[in-house]
Design a protein around this ligand. Sequence first.
Ligand code: FES
Length: 174
Amino acid sequence: MKNSSRRGFMGKAFGAVAGVGAVASLYAMKKSWDPLPSVKAAGFTTLDMSAYKDNELVTEKWRGKPIFVLKYTPEMIASMTEKQKGRSIKIGDSYYLVNLGLCTHLGCIPGYNPDEKSFLCACHGGQYDFSGDVTKAPPPRGLDIPPFKIDGMKLVLGEEGPEYKKMKESGVTL
Ligand code: FES
């Protein structure tokens, strides 16, 4: 083998090894980014409900969808109607709205007004109260409630606990 072609061969061989190494390390990197198989397969999201502040809307994510979480103030709790209570989740002494953050009209994301304690969907003017119940058309119903299970101070989204089943049976959510 001539010196130059030997160099060419060595270069190719090294390139091939480096290529395999790069693919392997990319694969390892991707593996570390991916969620654990159990998390991915089950599609659960666990929320620590003690972390939320009164009347401060937080948008979480579950299965790629926005989830509104709103902890009620003592005044909101005191003013709740039975219907609003029926749409709300009680954890410890606190009440929360946990709803899909998509307007039930055509799927826009409504905005929360903490002063008015209500939601407005800017797309066609639909409105919801602080419990996610519809107060102004065109939305045909209140914001949908994702499947949930209460686990102490935690809320597991994606699991159907008894409180969620009750809401579904009584027609509070689809
Ligand atoms: S999409 Fe919200 S009112 Fe139409």
